[in-house]
Design a protein around this ligand. Sequence first.
Ligand code: FAD
Ligand code: FES
Ligand code: FES
Length: 509
Amino acid sequence: MIEFILNNHDITTDLPSGMTVLDFVRYRQNLKGTKIGCREGDCGACTILVGELVDEKVRYRSMTSCLMPLANAAGKHIVTIEGINPEDGSLTPVQQAMVDESGTQCGFCTIGFVMSLTGHCLSSGDRVSSTHVSRGSCSDLETAISAIDGNICRCTGYKSIERAAMRLSEPPASAGDQKADEKSPYVPTYFSNISSRIKSLRKATQSIPEETGRPLTPAVPTFVAGGTDTYVQKPDFFTENESDHLFYDDDLRGIRDLGDYIEIGASTTVTDLLETPVMNAIFPDLYKHLKLVSSTPIRNMATLAGNFVNASPIGDMTVWFLALDSSILMSSPPYEGGVAEGRGGSLTREIPLADFYLGYKQLAKSDDEIITAVRFKKPFGDFRFNFEKVCKRTYLDIASVNTAISLKLYEEGPPVPEILRSKVTDQRSKIELAHVSAGGVAPIPLYLRKTSAFLIDKEVSEETIDLAIEIIQDEISPISDVRGSDDYKRLLLRQLFRAHFVEMFPDMK
Ligand SMILES: Cc1cc2nc3c(=O)[nH]c(=O)nc-3n(C[C@H](O)[C@H](O)[C@H](O)COP(=O)(O)OP(=O)(O)OC[C@H]3O[C@@H](n4cnc5c(N)ncnc54)[C@H](O)[C@@H]3O)c2cc1C
Ligand code: FES
Ligand code: FES
């Protein structure tokens, strides 16, 4: 049984938990405003808002309903275009801006744009942009434009839609840092008591009574988190079969500073990372880097474990965490109590992320093991990090080649034998620790072991970079495919490795 609020209605359903929210709203609720375009998360025509109670406030995020299982709606407020229309028949500020700026023609995409911009206006948490952290309202143009990065329009042209977003950056007087149970000018009045209504909902799905005869339970356990990979690869299978839904499992969420380590729950999304002060404090370029990963609605759904387990050789988050020398924690059955009651008490092991990939899509993990968290050593001292990605287009595309690097420089210089001390001058530009990773250049996301080892105790210099590039070329084995030829990918990685140093050491001669 799944309970949630759909617009202003309470829903209790025993439909299969793997059915997509898109099919539920269109075919079971006859809400045809939400459109079907690609069914692959690419076009944004099916965008909805998902409200979750966080610290007594409802936090709304845009998601693509075509990839979202009904299970992930449990305990949430699901908002379709029908749910934001004002009761008096007028237009919301977002709808009005689209009209005033001629942001629509055939209208097929318009719903998605309106939902994404409304979600942007409703966000009440800290919002990070390249220049600052803002709170609430639509007043940040950069993040307003970024909110529609997952929406495609084929006939209007983006300039008028961007003008509509710009218009929203002058918020109505009553907009701002919205509290729970406080009226927002962007949505109808019933939103103001959603937080109290959510509290009375059952959070997790409950098993479906046997007599309904559905859904099927596959022989091998299947896990679904955000659904952005599973529902693209095998939509029918995941719709028809019973899976273990991990997206909103509290035991698998959260970013914890454990002193020596940072530990991040497996179901943490890319957006969660982006909005967390702990991560922004360690990685000043986090926004610049993670904006290169998919689009806003996909980042709102895409989890770290999903990225690791889908084992794409170009998985951005995998390459990112490989360069932090991360390890992953995994649990096997017997789970004590299942998802709803937590994973505590299960058998746990920890392995380096670099050892997780055995071959193309082959993992050092049994079918019934789940990843519970990823952890990496908390950086200290003179720490540098960079991530680079080249795609056929800058945003909403997977990489041809991606790469990340973390370096720690000696504070004092490496230990020098007594006899050489008078000859050694400044050692601080020497590398104490180095981890380099690359994607798209091998059958697996690659931790470049030899290159990383080579960099240790080396001076940061052109000569070191040139020598490291030679080692990299030996470590990789790219193939020619639609994303580029073998030679092109070798050239890309060479240039991206140089780019790391340009970014990390802008003053390097
Ligand atoms: C339009 C679009 C754009 C994309 N762009 C990018 C991009 O730019 N960069 C990129 O790297 N990826 C991209 N992706 C791929 C995808 O979004 C990511 O790989 C994402 O991180 C997958 O996470 P998920 O939670 O949605 O995975 P799911 O689809 O829920 O699961 C993926 C796999 O992980 C398994 N799994 C999930 N959680 C666990 C767990 N805790 N333990 C064990 N197994 C688990 C599932 O069983 C499944 O095999 C894109 C996808 C789409 C649809
Ligand atoms: S239908 Fe295109 S993103 Fe969902
Ligand atoms: S208005 Fe027609 S696709 Fe955007």
